[in-house]
Design a protein around this ligand. Structure first.
Ligand SMILES: NC(=O)c1ccc[n+]([C@@H]2O[C@H](COP(=O)([O-])OP(=O)(O)OC[C@H]3O[C@@H](n4cnc5c(N)ncnc54)[C@H](OP(=O)(O)O)[C@@H]3O)[C@@H](O)[C@H]2O)c1
Length: 212
């Protein structure tokens, strides 16, 4: 699959690297230095290259949106027309100092994004785990017991794409339903962040749901 990364920071840089290692064709875009994008592409050791947001988006079968909420409009404007594209978003609607959600209860960042991009096929995924755990989960991907990762969206075929990417990174995808369920998954992430960054066991934290 051709995957365009919009936002090559902690999440986009790591997920793009893992997608490339899983055999996908990845374009890293949107960082403050082109050198960083080129280094990410080199270090990914797969089919990866640096590009502009437009190149990343236009040539992609799936796009990963991984920017701070305050940068969403800017990166989307640079990406151009994303009609019909699978848009997997891990971006949370956080305020400037990342202390609180600016959209919650009656809507979600994912729904706000879908409103901005009515012709894209938005799936909310990967935003419920800290970036620090991603490589560890990938290393352990062949183990029988995998951590869960919830995702939600309104378009069945784009959810299948997201579920495949989730599996490729080493998680067990858990379909949480329509996009409006992001109203619950986004605040859930603040719980995960609390445990990861304020707890005393470190940020390499994943979660697992068990049906007994
Ligand atoms: N970090 C996590 O563990 C985590 C977990 C769950 C969800 N999320 C969500 O995922 C999204 C991405 O988070 P992140 O931690 O990956 O953020 P990040 O590390 O700050 O990455 C954001 C990317 O955007 C780029 N960028 C920012 N301003 C820019 C500008 N003016 N021009 C060009 N590029 C610019 C950054 O460039 P540089 O590379 O040059 O800094 C970076 O590559 C956020 O919405 C966050 O809430 C994060």
């Amino acid at each position: 699959m051709r995957i365009g990364i919009l936002g090559s920071g902690l999440m986009g840089g790591k997920l793009g690297t893992l997608f490339a290692r899983a055999g996908h064709d990845v374009v890293f875009s949107y960082a403050r230095s082109e050198q960083k994008l080129k280094k990410l592409a080199r270090d990914a050791k797969g089919k990866a290259r640096a590009g502009t947001p437009r190149q990343a988006a236009q040539e992609a079968d799936a796009i990963l949106l991984a920017v701070h909420w305050s940068r969403v409009d800017d990166v989307l404007q640079q990406a151009g027309d994303v009609s019909g594209k699978v848009m997997v978003s891990c971006s949370l609607p956080m305020n400037a100092d990342d202390s609180d959600l600016v959209i919650a209860h009656t809507s979600s960042g994912a729904e706000a994004l879908a409103k901005k991009l009515p012709k894209a096929r938005v799936v909310s995924a990967f935003g419920t785990v800290p970036s620090e755990v991603l490589f560890d989960v990938f290393e352990a991907r062949r183990r029988a017991t995998k951590p869960s990762l919830v995702y939600c969206g309104d378009d069945a075929s784009s959810k299948q794409v997201a579920a495949q990417l989730i599996r490729d990174v080493g998680f067990d995808p858990v379909d949480a339903g329509p996009l409006r369920i992001a109203r619950y998954t986004e605040p859930f992430t603040l719980l995960i962040a609390q445990l990861a960054y304020e707890g005393d066991q470190g940020p390499e934290l994943a979660y697992r749901f068990e049906w007994r």
